[in-house]
Design a protein around this ligand. Structure first.
Ligand SMILES: [Zn+2]
Length: 305
């Protein structure tokens, strides 16, 4: 199994709560623990201007590339520097690469990505570019997939992604999130708004909905946002899912896809525990579960229906 990353992700966010160092730490840990070798780590090519325009408006991309603070860019809650914008462009390329590799190998993990709050014409949350929408749109555009299911298990609703694909019957958006939290909700194809304090039992029970969704939508690929912020010690979240609970979540998602021979592209999304080590642990567990799926997937995935 390959892991996609980029050295461009490790940027200075000027004290922002997003623990951008988690990408470097996860990469170090997978190498140190022998979970992956150097040759398994694929450095992503940045997305092209053409790719960016597949999902974002020319006006917004023009503001972003020229670092202009306008109503389109200023809703990001992030600084607007060349280095940061380059990190988002690299991330968009990384998620496209992760999708391609998932189609080839059955599963691939992006040590990055999941910026699901960006909209076609503006930034939002911590997100300038929606790499999730971009990966799906690009693979569809290139004819590599017809139907995709986005399984978004970040604590926050995937509002940008839901908006992007609201009128696309080939892309099914599923989001399971804390209801009483950021953002202003859009309508996904299937939303589960969890109550405050939802624990492992509630979380894993509600997640079972994805089995029927995969049976009905029959996607060529799943794009899975394995957010670390449902964790009970998350600073921005109000759910109470434990580390073993999150690992069971990952295992369940991979099993559901594996039995149906659906390739899975994984992106990390959020995670804001006080100790970044907890965030790293949760992402590492996702990689280990993905690796287990890779070993289970003995034969190449079936393409199409
Ligand atoms: Zn989040």
């Amino acid at each position: 199994m390959k892991l996609v990353w980029s050295r461009r992700y490790d940027v200075d966010l000027f004290g922002h709560v997003f623990p951008v160092e988690k990408y470097r730490l996860v990469r170090q840990e997978v190498l140190a623990r022998g979970i992956a070798a150097e040759e398994d780590l694929v450095e992503a090519e940045p997305a092209t201007a053409e790719d960016l325009l597949l999902v974002h408006t020319p006006e917004y991309i023009d503001d972003l590339l020229n670092l202009r603070t306008t109503p389109r860019t200023m809703r990001s809650e992030m600084a607007l520097t060349r280095e940061i914008v380059d990190a988002y462009i690299a991330t968009a390329g990384g998620s496209i690469e992760t999708g391609r590799r998932a189609l080839e190998d059955g599963v691939c993990v992006h040590i990055g990505g999941g910026y699901h709050h960006a909209f076609p014409d503006h930034a939002e949350g911590f997100c300038y570019l929606n790499d999730v929408a971009k990966a799906v749109a690009k693979l569809k555009h290139d004819g590599e997939v017809d139907r995709v299911c986005v399984i978004d298990c970040d604590l926050h609703q995937g509002n940008g992604t839901a908006f992007f694909f609201a009128r696309d019957p080939d892309v099914f958006t599923f989001s399971m999130h804390q209801e009483n939290n950021y953002p202003l909700k859009q309508r996904s194809d299937f939303d589960i708004g969890l109550p405050d304090g939802a624990d492992d039992t509630i979380y894993l029970r509600e997640l079972e909905a994805i089995g029927d969704i995969l049976d009905h939508h029959v996607p060529d690929m799943v794009l899975y946002l394995a957010g670390a912020d449902p964790y009970l010690e998350d600073r921005l979240g109000g759910l109470a899912v434990t580390k073993p609970g999150l690992r069971k979540r990952d295992e369940f998602v991979f099993n559901q896809c594996s039995v149906r021979k659906i390739p899975v592209a994984v992106v990390f999304a959020g995670g804001y525990a006080l100790d970044v080590k907890d965030v790293v642990d949760i992402h590492i567990a996702t990689i280990l579960e993905a690796g287990r799926m890779a070993r289970l997937t003995q034969q190449p995935p079936q393409r199409g229906r």
